[in-house]
Structures are given as C-alpha cells and as structure tokens.
Design a protein around this ligand. Structure first.
Ligand code: C5P
Length: 399
C-alpha cells in the first residue's frame, strides 16, 4: 500500500472507535491517510486521535472556524486513490443514495474521481430494514463497493447482523481493490524511466544544469507502479521522493552516469520512457579546484554528451520506446525527425509556449505522435493525469 492515498470517511456510529486501528494498519503499510469526520462522529472518536494517527489535519466542516479557511471537497476528491467510509451509518447511507450533500463528507463523496467503498454498521433491525437493503442496492448500482456488516454482539446488547467488518477485513478489501486495478498488460512488466535534469560539472562547486523538476517522470513512475509494473527510475538531481516495493530509484548526476545506469537495465526491459532533460553538452575539462575570477572574460569549452535515448533506440529489440520532445519552435517537424532518428515507438511533445506546461509546473499539455503516423492532442492536465494518458496510449499501442 506504499504511497497509496486513502481518504477515510468516518460517520457517527459506535464502531467509529475501531477506525483508529484501521488508520494504524494503513499507515504501517506505507499508505498516506486523510480523514473526514461527519459532525456527529466526533462524539464517538476524537478528531485529535484521528489527526494524530493519520498525521494529517482532519476535515469536519466546509470551513475551519479558527482561521476561516475552506476545506475543499473537490481537492479531497482529486487527491484520494480511494474513499473508504467506515463505519457507514444508516443516515449517511441514505443521503449517499439520494445525492444529499449537507456535510463535507457527502460533498467529497460526490466529488470522488476514484472508487468509494463502505463498511455499514448499525443495529440488526436497522440493517434488516427494507429501506437499508434498498439504499445499499442503490449504492452498489452506483459503483460503490460494499463490505457487508458481520454477525455478532451489537452495541445495543442484541446479537445479529449489523457489526462493522473488522479493521483487518476492511484493510484486506482495500488491498484487493488496488490489486484488481493492476492492468494485466502492465503488471509484472519492467519499465525504465529517466527523469529530471542532469548536472554537468564545471569545477567542484559549479555545474551546467536546467530547470527540469523531474515531476513528469516521477508521475509516470507512480502510474506504472499503480498498474503493477516493476519500475527502474533513473533520476537526475531532484528533491522528489518516491517509495514502493516494486521501485528501484537510482539517483545520478551527469548524463554519462545516467547512460551507464540505463545500459545496465535496458536489455531486460519491456518499456522505456525517457523524460529526462539531459544536458546536450558538458564541459570538456572539469577544473579540480574552484575557478578563480581573474580575467574579465572566460570561456568554457563544451563537448557533446551521449544521447541516451538514441543509444536505447539503436539497441532496441522487443522494447517499446517513448521519448519526449520539448521545443520552442517547429514542434511537430522536430518531433517527427526525432521519432525516426532515435527509433522511437512514440514521442510525447510539449512546448514551453503553452501556459502551465513544461518545467516545474504541476500541469502539462502534451500531444503524442507515433511511428504509425497517428497524432493526438490532449488538454492541459495535472502531470499525474498526463502520466495516465501516456500509459493509456501505450496500452492501446501495444494491444
Ligand atoms: O534531442 P532532444 O534532446 O531534444 O531529445 C529529447 C529526448 O531525448 C527526451 O526524451 C530526452 O530524455 C532524450 N535525451 C536523452 N539523452 C540526451 C538528450 C536527450 O536521452 N543526451
């Protein structure tokens, strides 16, 4: 569950206290957890417990009374890989079934881009009531995953069906969901991704670099991992972090180091995505000591760096190879030339001219040209969504 973003919705039932254990299980497995409480649920579990265990502020109201700031349900919906509502009371269940939206959790449910699963909990007669069955059937047909209530002793002292599934069961269902989302075309496949800039040393304290943040390459790695790929991410200097059991993150500095790492892995690879902004040239000589400022002018002689993508294209066998093109003019013409010269399967184009696209931004606007002469333009999107578009294109291309 490393790196998965789990949004937990907690409603006002006695089983809410058990959610502390679920948060612990999720955090131990490496997931990121954020929680939204309905106003009634803080009578059953303290927001302080939830925020301390999850390591994140808790959302309850649409706005925070202390500082007047807004809890953005749309942002929650975009952030989460899954929304898990546990315990789900009869009240919130019926509101979800009818689209009612009078608290932050319900508004977030309606804003969710990803799956919602729920673990109902109530007294046996409430659970057995035809209204409850009807509401549950409605949620199911709306695509909500239901973790059925279990048999046993209830808070009322009665025995029957209505107990919330145990935290371990809910945890296992969340794991099953992520497992089921892995794409058979990508699952178990090996991918090399290059990301970030390269730094080419001038002397011990100076280098030639560029503004690449690495965000695009890291987002692509994240998407491949979500689909169950084995990812080797070879990154130039960046502050970004990523952890996953199926990820090997190799940090390099120069183009030559990046090439060496690519060469080690290329033969056993299925896909290569080369998104790094590799410096085309490096200083011919790296000064051993810091260069002093003596002259009014100085020049640095540059020599060509190896073209890593070209090397991969020349040594391509079964692999599908994807390159990137960042141009300021004649984008399509240059991309087409690159596609052929570097023996690529497809090329992802972006331009610094599009607002919000390119270096450092969280968004990007791309178009794709493939070696079968297909061309497709995409809207401006978050880099995570762009990564999904690129991988979807790859799946289509390879099927
Ligand atoms: O030729 P140009 O540098 O514009 O090509 C960009 C593409 O080539 C990107 O996919 C980039 O990662 C890759 N590249 C490379 N090694 C270089 C230069 C570019 O892998 N030395």
């Amino acid at each position: 569950m490393q790196g998965k973003r789990i949004l937990l919705g907690i409603t006002g039932g006695i089983a809410a206290y058990k959610i502390a254990f679920l948060i612990r299980l999720l955090k131990k497995s490496g997931a990121e957890v954020k929680c939204i409480l309905t106003p009634a649920s803080s009578d059953f579990i303290s927001p302080l417990v939830v925020s301390t265990l999850s390591g994140n502020p808790v959302g309850i109201e649409f706005w925070n009374k202390e500082d007047g700031s807004w809890n953005n349900h749309v942002e929650y919906g975009l952030w989460a890989d899954i929304l898990v509502i546990a315990p789900l009371t009869a009240n919130t269940m019926s509101k979800m079934a009818t689209g009612s939206c009078d608290n932050l959790l319900l508004a977030t449910y309606l804003s969710m881009k990803s799956k919602t699963i729920v673990a109902p909990a109530m007294d046996l007669d409430m659970y057995a009531h035809p209204t409850t069955s009807r509401n549950l059937a409605q949620l199911e047909s709306d695509g909500v995953g239901i973790i059925p209530a279990e048999d046993g002793e209830l808070a009322s002292g009665l025995e029957g069906t209505g107990r919330m599934a145990e935290p371990e069961t809910i945890f296992a269902k969340i794991e099953d969901y992520f497992e089921s989302k892995k794409d058979p075309m990508i699952k178990g496949k090996k991918v090399i991704i290059t990301a970030g800039p390269t730094y080419e040393n001038i002397d011990p304290v100076r280098f030639i670099g560029n503004h690449s943040s690495g965000k695009m390459g890291f987002a692509i790695a994240e998407r491949f991992l979500a689909d169950g790929a084995e990812v080797v991410l070879i990154s130039g200097p960046t502050k970004l972090q990523l952890e996953d059991a199926n990820l090997t993150l190799v940090r390099v500095r120069t183009a030559e180091e990046m090439l060496t790492e690519v060469q080690k892995e290329w033969e056993s690879c299925d896909f290569g995505v080369f998104s790094a902004a590799v410096a085309d040239y490096r200083p011919a000589d790296v000064a051993k000591e810091k260069i002093k400022k003596t002259e009014d002018e100085m020049s640095i002689r540059l020599i060509k760096n190896p073209d890593i993508l070209l090397w991969a294209g020349e040594n391509k066998k079964k692999q599908v190879l994807i390159g990137f093109a960042l141009e300021t003019n004649d984008l399509e013409l240059n991309a087409q030339k690159k596609l052929h010269k570097k023996n690529l399967n497809f090329i992802v184009m972006n331009t610094l001219m599009d607002p919000g696209a390119g270096f450092g931004h969280d968004t990007n606007k791309i178009s794709i040209l493939d070696d079968r002469n297909n061309f497709r333009s995409f809207e401006l999107k978050s880099k995570i969504e762009v990564a999904k578009d690129i991988i979807d294109y790859l799946k289509n291309y390879s099927s």
